[in-house]
Design a protein around this ligand. Structure first.
Ligand SMILES: C[S@@+](CC[C@H](N)C(=O)[O-])C[C@H]1O[C@@H](n2cnc3c(N)ncnc32)[C@H](O)[C@@H]1O
Length: 347
């Protein structure tokens, strides 16, 4: 990356930080205090984070992202359009009150009262993050990225790239993309799938998400890429043939799943991958990965509806995958996200 490119990258990252920090600040300022009135304040046995070290960890995610771009592992992200996203900004701010009311009422299953997602598993029919519509409406799919970037003050894209995209890119080195098939499980509205295709346009990618509106948003995001499609389906019971897939990618799904379903998803990934195939996973940091951030991780399921996050925090992910026939190859860590590359054992 030459000096101009590096400056452009840094300017983009700083603008994102300011933009999303402002939205976070506004949403906090217009919401009730973090501790619900009448309830004991949040407590954790973990120490309060050292803010200087936290800022360093935040910046390190962008530095890692830049280093990967510099090393040619993947392309620099496209110039940011968030600043022009007045419509999303307004929609986000309009939704803050409804989110806060749901949080104060501890109503994580409003979607069921609204009759949304009938026929979907109970673990899925929830207002994750207290989001309006849970995973179940086009409006939620439209706002999801904006909300996630706000939660992570503009670092979500960099964290996804520095962990998942970096590991996937490493695993694709030397392969003929045209004959390589990749499945992304729980693709959300398709932000990473689009980035994967931008970098590897000859890959055959199928992005899958349980949510029909999110899968539809992903299909839209992938329209420029004719070798990529998006479908709606369960990560634990996919429509793919046994041993038919070269790469499986999965980001920010495992912390949203009950333990039994996590295990079923690993088994399903093992079923569809060819022997020697690679699974790239990225998800939230777990307890102990960065002790300075442990308290933040404990607070996350309190501030946001995350019914399975606490059990995720102490799940031994390597053991979970090894039990289903995977070997750990390489890891990555960027601020509040970590990545794993696993290989399906041959024989
Ligand atoms: C936290 S979001 C992650 C989305 C995206 N991968 C990202 O990087 O932001 C979780 C996604 O998982 C999907 N999901 C939840 N349970 C699922 C399941 N069992 N099978 C497939 N998708 C699922 C939700 O619809 C939602 O889009």
């Amino acid at each position: 990356m030459d000096r101009i490119e590096a400056l452009k990258y840094r300017a983009g990252a700083t603008a994102k930080l300011a933009f999303y920090a402002a939205h976070y600040g506004l949403s906090r300022a217009t919401s009730a205090p973090f501790d619900r009135p009448g309830e004991a304040p949040f407590s954790s046995d973990k120490p309060k984070p050292d803010l200087a070290r936290m800022r360093q960890a935040y910046m390190a995610a962008f530095n890692q992202d830049m280093a990967h771009i510099d090393a040619g592992l993947y392309l620099a992200p496209l110039a940011k359009t968030e600043l022009a996203q007045t419509r999303k900004s307004l929609a986000y701010l309009r939704d803050v009150k409804a989110i806060d009311q749901r949080r104060l009422a501890k109503n994580g299953v409003e979607v069921r009262e609204e009759g949304l997602g009938e026929g979907f598993p109970a673990y899925f029919r929830q207002n994750f993050h207290w989001q309006s519509g849970g995973w179940l409406t086009p409006e939620s799919a439209d706002l999801y990225d904006f909300q996630v970037e706000t939660i992570f003050t503009g670092s979500a894209g960099a964290m996804r790239r520095a962990t998942a995209l970096a590991l996937l890119a490493k695993s694709l080195k030397g392969l003929d993309q045209r004959t390589t098939t990749c499945v992304e499980l729980a693709c959300g509205p398709g932000q990473l799938a689009r980035e994967v295709m931008r970098n590897f346009p000859r890959l055959r990618l199928t992005a899958l998400d349980m949510s029909p509106p999110y899968a539809a948003a992903a299909a839209k995001a992938l329209t420029p890429y004719r070798r990529a499609t998006a479908i709606s389906g369960a990560a634990e019971a996919t429509p793919f043939e046994t041993e038919s897939v070269d790469r499986v990618l999965c980001v920010y799904l495992f912390h949203e799943l009950p333990p039994k379903i996590r295990k079923a998803v690993v088994a399903e990934a093992a079923r569809i991958l060819k022997p020697g195939g690679i699974l790239v996973l990225a998800d939230a940091l777990q307890t102990g990965d960065d002790p300075n951030l442990d308290r933040l991780l404990d607070a996350f399921p309190v501030g946001f509806h995350e019914p399975f996050f606490t059990s995720y925090l102490t799940t031994d992910m390597k053991a979970l995958f090894e039990a289903e026939g995977f070997d750990f190859i390489e890891g990555a860590q960027a601020f509040l996200t970590k990545g794993w590359m696993f290989q399906k054992r041959i024989g």
